[in-house]
Design a protein. Structure first.
Length: 159
């Protein structure tokens, strides 16, 4: 005969070995359930009793605060930041835009191969902003190369 401590921390028994085997089948007892042979002083886990075979281990319950989400892709974050800078920074707009496009494309590639990663929206936004920044600053560069009519009037002034 055995005594058992249930999941509610209450002591049950004495019960027979057949009753314990039934509780194992029903999932009411597992390898971590504490059990005591009647007349012995200490409590031991059910897994220490060879007469019950190898009972299943209790499922682990994650605390509610534990996060199972993965991290946001770092290339997506870098692509978004570079995309924002490419639209607002005239001093290195084209270079930053090209880097933003590269980082955003790498992020999209990594996210598509590992769907558990987050940041697809950031990568797309970084890609769009980087392309816009590249078009803006290369457009200004092309405009500055055009010949300026009317500038020749200022060259002929004598003081």
């Amino acid at each position: 005969m055995y005594k058992i401590i249930g999941a509610d921390q209450r002591e049950y028994g004495p019960v027979s070995a057949d009753q314990i085997r039934q509780w194992i089948k029903e999932g009411r007892a597992n390898a971590t359930t504490l059990i005591q042979t009647e007349g012995t002083p200490g409590w031991r886990p059910l897994s220490a009793f060879p007469e019950f075979g190898t009972p299943p281990i209790a499922p682990t319950v994650q605390p509610p605060y534990a996060s199972t989400r993965s991290k946001t892709n770092g290339y997506a974050i870098a692509g978004l930041i570079l995309g924002l800078l490419s639209c607002t920074c005239p001093c290195a707009g084209c270079l930053v835009a090209v880097l933003g496009i590269i980082f955003s494309c790498i992020a999209l590639s990594q996210i598509s191969s590992s769907p558990a990663q987050e940041g697809k929206g950031m990568a797309i936004a970084g890609l769009v902003l980087s392309v816009c920044g590249l078009l803006i600053w290369s457009g200004f560069g092309l405009i500055s190369l055009l010949p300026h009519r009317g500038m020749h009037h200022y060259r002929n002034w004598n003081f």
